[in-house]
Design a protein around this ligand. Structure first.
Ligand code: SF4
Length: 58
């Protein structure tokens, strides 16, 4: 079943991580909230969304 949703979009968050269950067909986030982690990050590549959840696994 395709669990990509258009409802309950997190305003202001765009995301292209299509493998995440919260990612929508229009590349937005349907999670209630997200958390971006790595307090030692100094570049974009060192940040990550800890709310990421692979489809079908959580
Ligand atoms: S939870 Fe994170 S990775 Fe998943 S769609 Fe939202 S912003 Fe993207």
């Amino acid at each position: 079943m395709n669990d990509k949703k258009r409802s309950e979009i997190l305003p202001g968050v765009g995301c292209e991580v299509t493998a995440c269950k919260y990612n929508t067909v229009d590349c937005r986030c349907s999670a209630a909230r997200i958390s971006v982690q790595n307090e030692k990050a100094n570049s974009k590549s060192e940040t990550y969304c800890s709310t990421f959840c692979p489809r079908g696994t959580c």
